[in-house]
Write a protein that binds this ligand. Structure first.
Ligand SMILES: *Cc1c(COP(=O)(O)O)cnc(C)c1O
Length: 382
């Protein structure tokens, strides 16, 4: 019988305890860059750590198990994972992307993808008709984030699969925000999943990592080839930190989600808060679609306050919550997307999405919710 999700976060599909040297309970950190060969021409085991490494392999197997992937490669950052995805394409290929992408992905597409001959259209993928209308003869892929970062728009992944089938496109999903605990895009039709492992998967604000998960063996082979050739690899030590973080993914996410719901409800009642965006609120425009494709809402909230002054006051006065970029860790963070995560998105595009001087984003940690709310209260309402 297949293990449940929580068990697979610790062991993957098998109990690997018995396989480690000395029956070590955690996966050991194999720092070796090279491994000896037993026989001439036998490449069945490890040989060189850019290609594969035992610590990293354990991590990759667990991710494959959690996402239901044919294969997973662990990369040195989320952006390295997105770069591998771009490397699958060639000059002239066109992508239709969610307009509200992680700022770093937008920067990569616009400043590195474009000069290398790739083309991108950024559309509101929450609107399937608008998405399909952006497709051209040279379109090769849909690149989706749902819920999106930072405005929490929900894209219907099953509708994206239908569009992808009609036009023979690859469906690529960045699953960083929800992780496979809450959403498994392969079950909804994705071909490739990318992750920033820096966020929830490792979860402690102490490691940079990324993943590319592939559904088919053919794509898996192409991604593995790019991976071993370019060297976007995750180090054995960082692989260990990720393995360690993953073991508590479900318990962390449950608490982060509880905290997010409590904070979202509290924010909604504050006179200085104009609008709260959290998919777990029933009046969120994407709530119903989200509930059909995901098992939870996660720990990301964004909101508009009444003035730039309130936004700045909140960021500067928080004491328990840290004013910092990033998300997904056990420590709660608050961000000013306009100046931080999305500074490279052109101003007009940003304004259209509502990423302006009154827009804030919180990533909830696992602290006590009352303490977090008291901190926000003293920061915003004093
Ligand atoms: C952070 C992030 C990335 C990039 O990952 P890094 O680990 O910072 O390189 C990509 N996508 C999303 C949604 C992210 O939040």
């Amino acid at each position: 019988m297949a293990y449940h999700f929580e068990t697979r976060c610790i062991y993957g599909d098998r109990s690997n305890v018995t396989e480690h040297p000395y029956r070590s309970i955690p996966t050991p950190i194999f720092l070796a860059s090279a491994f000896g060969h037993e026989r001439i021409g036998d490449f069945s085991s490890y040989s060189y750590s850019r290609v594969s490494n035992p610590t990293r392999s354990d991590l990759e197997e667990i991710l494959s198990s959690l996402e239901g992937a044919a294969d997973t490669v662990a990369t040195s950052s989320g952006m390295a994972a997105v770069s591998i995805v771009l490397d699958l394409f060639s000059i002239g290929d066109h992508f239709v992307c969610s307009e509200d992408l992680y700022g770093g992905s937008f920067r990569l597409f616009d400043n590195i993808g474009r000069p290398h001959g790739l083309n991108f259209s950024f559309v509101n993928t929450a609107d399937p008709a608008a998405t399909e209308a952006a497709i051209r003869p040279e379109t090769r892929a849909l690149y989706i984030e749902t819920p999106s970062n930072p405005t929490m728009q929900v894209t219907d992944l099953r509708a994206m699969r239908e569009i992808a089938d009609r036009h023979r496109l690859l469906l690529i999903v960045d699953n960083t925000f929800l992780t496979p605990y809450f959403q498994t895009p392969f079950d909804l039709g994705a071909d490739i999943i990318v992750h920033s492992g820096t966020k929830y998967l490792s979860g402690h604000n102490d490691v940079l990592a990324g993943f590319v998960c592939t559904k088919s063996p053919e794509l898996a082979e192409r991604v593995r080839f790019i991976y071993k050739t370019t060297g976007y690899t995750l180090s054995p030590f960082d692989s260990y930190l990720c393995l360690r973080g993953l073991k508590t993914l479900p318990v962390r996410l449950e608490r982060q989600q509880e905290n997010a719901l409590a904070i979202a409800k509290w924010l909604r009642e504050q006179p200085c808060v104009k609008q709260v965006y959290y998919t777990g609120l029933e009046d969120h425009p994407g709530h119903d679609i989200h509930c059909r494709q995901a098992r939870g809402f996660g720990g990301m909230i964004s909101f508009h306050v009444d003035s730039e002054e309130t936004a700045r006051k909140t960021l500067l006065n928080v004491q328990l919550i840290t004013f910092a970029e990033s998300l997904g860790g056990i420590e709660s963070l608050i961000t000013y997307p306009m100046l931080q995560t999305h500074e490279d998105v052109p101003k007009a595009q940003r304004e259209k999405l509502g990423i302006n001087d009154t827009f804030l984003r919180i990533s909830t940690g696992i602290e006590n919710a009352e303490d977090l709310i008291a901190d926000l209260d003293q920061a915003m309402n004093s």
